[in-house]
Design a protein around this ligand. Structure first.
Ligand code: PAF
Length: 284
């Protein structure tokens, strides 16, 4: 596995190649590695980036304490068959303040995660655009794999690629889950033992919300706001601080109504358990 820290090193390694690319912030777990396995047959060179992107963290968020596990990450990527690891230092990616930014469509990016983490998707879109330029600049295009766990992020990236006509196929990877159903996330590492046992309640709440929604839709008795309030209250009663638990249309993440049939919907949630904020979603 070649490790490139600078953009010229990376570009030199990728001339004439067709990369299949998985961007990450490191602290790799099985979820990331399943994206790497998914990426491998989609190009002739599998590229993974590790970069903790300051631009997508709010001042009070965990940029400084975000887990950095370089040696373990390298060993995992080597074993997973990654060909090129791009690990820019902050100075390589942002040699001068990144004042030129990508602003996603507020209709998509200012709701849900964007409502509770203002500017988050500007930071994500800006770094992903830059990573795409680094990885695909020498090859003229390829494939990038993003996890469905970050559902809204995937939609923002797809829209960016489409509207800028970037020569990149964006492929979605399924969410990897622990045996109890908890979606794998680097932030799960922040949970105490007791919190870890409780953490699955978020995915259960989304499952229950989507089941109730589908049943009420079939019975013609759907009261969207009631179902969402019920789900929020149940999570609060267990000691969580939810930001949102909601059913949206998969097409544009706008609130679903009785006119939207199950099969076109997604239940999304974000909630804080102690000091840890978790997100998850279920399509139905
Ligand atoms: O999903 C992530 O890990 C990050 O948001 C990404 C896409 C690597 C951009 O920093």
């Amino acid at each position: 596995m070649l490790i490139a820290h600078s953009i010229p090193e990376l570009r030199a390694a990728l001339v004439g190649r067709r990369p299949a690319f998985v961007p990450t912030m490191g602290n790799l777990h099985e979820g990331h590695l399943s994206l790497v396995h998914q990426a491998r047959p989609l190009g002739d060179t599998t590229v993974v980036s590790i970069f903790v992107n300051r631009l997508q963290f709010l001042p009070h968020e965990d940029f400084d304490s975000y887990p950095r596990t370089w040696d373990a990450d390298c060993a995992k990527l080597q074993a997973a068959g990654c060909d090129v690891l791009f690990a820019p230092r902050e100075n390589d990616l942002y040699p001068e303040p990144q004042t030129f930014k990508v602003h996603p469509d507020p209709q998509l990016a200012d709701l849900l995660e964007g409502q509770f983490r203002p500017g988050f998707f500007i930071g994500v879109a800006t770094v992903v655009m830059k990573l795409f330029s680094c990885v695909f600049g020498a090859s003229g295009g390829g494939t990038a794999v993003f996890g469905r766990k970050d559902y809204q992020q995937l939609m923002v990236i797809r829209q960016m690629v489409r509207q800028f006509a970037l020569p990149i196929d964006v492929v979605a990877g399924d969410t990897s889950r622990a045996p109890d159903g908890l979606a794998l996330s680097s932030r799960n590492g922040y949970l105490s033992l007791q919190e870890r046992a409780e953490a699955v309640a978020l995915s259960q709440a989304l499952q229950q919300l989507s089941d109730r929604w589908a049943a009420a839709h079939a019975a013609g008795t759907l009261q969207a706001a009631n179902l969402e309030h019920q789900a929020l209250d149940q999570l609060r009663a267990r000691g969580w601080l939810p930001d949102y638990l909601t059913v949206r249309r998969r097409a544009d993440l706008q609130p679903a109504t009785a006119l939207d049939a199950p099969g076109t919907l997604v239940a999304l949630g974000a909630a804080r358990l102690g000091a840890t904020r978790l997100i998850d979603n279920r399509e139905f």
